[in-house]
Design a protein around this ligand. Structure first.
Ligand code: FAD
Length: 305
């Protein structure tokens, strides 16, 4: 699950041998959990160039001062991957670096678990503070100035695994929708015999299938070594909206039962709302897709989707 999968991805690519031994091995063995602290309440999370939290090198230690929130899974985690500004005057994408912080560090504090729509997520979505948090110099991940680059490394695979999980939820919602439509009768007919209910089923099948093929396409491109930024952004916003639509239709078919806790649909629905925000809101992913298409077109090529 997020955030461990994405964090593991970063450590596989950028951690030193010693860091792998201490952090990646127990993480991969499922012995510990981790969290990822990038988003700050004071500035737009959609624009990581605005980050304010700092890490300053003092002798053999980095001193981190930062205020973060939506650090998912922080409660009970063993370490945090933190992004902080190390070179404020560098180019926008080279201002930050990434660090490993043990959560038993006295400079690390969980301020609160932020109450969020959806069910409790293991470890919560937390507001955290790093106050004169001292860590060894060697706890930098990758090179100084690579924070943004490494965060991107995490977000690509992270977004596609979200899309995969959403497909599972779409399937489960469709199972529930069709099962109920076959059972429930009104005006002497099963719900499944009404055309508007059949439209719900057909539209959900079409959208789920499209999302599945878009997910597979992005994954296939990544397997070829392609960054697949456009395709990952496509499935991130399209998949999040398909997820919402399919659950919404399944709830509608269930009538009042759909909004009770007697089926999993109500929980799915609340959970789905956050999908259009985490790992970048829909608007940003649409922007990435559109910009990529426009840029390619300006180079004289045709629109290639
Ligand atoms: C459930 C959940 C879990 C999360 N887990 C983590 C985590 O583990 N670690 C972490 O660091 N962060 C995490 N986040 C934070 C998440 O990545 C940010 O919320 C997200 O990047 C958006 O940043 P923001 O909330 O500051 O919104 P803002 O950047 O302030 O954006 C607000 C709104 O402005 C609009 N907007 C923004 N940019 C554009 C644009 N370019 N064009 C048009 N409109 C735009 C959008 O409608 C957007 O929703 C999590 C968030 C949620 C909801």
């Amino acid at each position: 699950m997020a955030p461990d999968a994405g964090n593991g991805e970063i450590l596989v690519h950028a951690a030193t041998e010693a860091q792998r031994k201490k952090y990646l091995e127990p993480l991969a063995n499922g012995e510990i959990r981790s969290c990822f602290a990038m988003t700050e309440p004071e500035v737009s999370g959609s624009d990581p160039r605005l980050l304010q939290g700092t890490a300053e090198l003092e002798g053999d230690e980095w001193v981190i001062n930062a205020h973060k929130w939506f650090t998912t899974g922080a409660i009970g985690s063993s370490f945090a991957l933190v992004i902080a500004v190390t070179d404020p005057d560098a180019s926008p994408h080279e201002r930050t670096s990434m660090f490993l912080v043990d959560t038993d560090n006295p400079g690390f504090e969980i301020v609160r678990e932020v109450p969020v729509i959806g069910d409790h997520f293991t470890g919560g979505h937390c507001e955290v503070r790093f106050t004169n948090c001292r860590i060894p110099k060697d706890n930098i991940v990758g090179n100084r100035g690579e924070g943004f680059k490494l965060a991107q490394l995490r977000l690509g695979p992270g977004r596609i695994t979200h899309a995969m999980r959403w497909l599972g939820v779409c399937h489960r919602s469709m199972d529930l929708m069709v099962d109920y439509a076959l059972k429930r009768e009104t005006r002497g007919r099963k719900l499944s015999e009404f055309q508007s209910i059949q439209n719900f089923i057909a539209d959900s099948a079409a959208e789920t299938q499209a999302a599945r093929l878009m997910t597979l396409h992005a994954a296939w491109l990544m397997d070829q070594g392609d960054e697949a930024r456009k395709e990952i952004s496509l499935i991130k916003f399209y998949g999040a909206n398909v997820l919402h639509n399919v659950i919404d239709r399944a709830i509608q078919v269930h009538g009042a039962l759909g909004v009770t806790g007697d089926t999993p649909l109500e929980g799915f629905y609340r959970e789905a709302r956050t999908a259009r925000l985490y790992d970048g809101p829909d608007e940003v992913h649409r922007m990435v897709v559109a910009r990529t298409i426009i840029k390619a077109f300006q180079k004289g090529r045709e629109v290639n989707v």
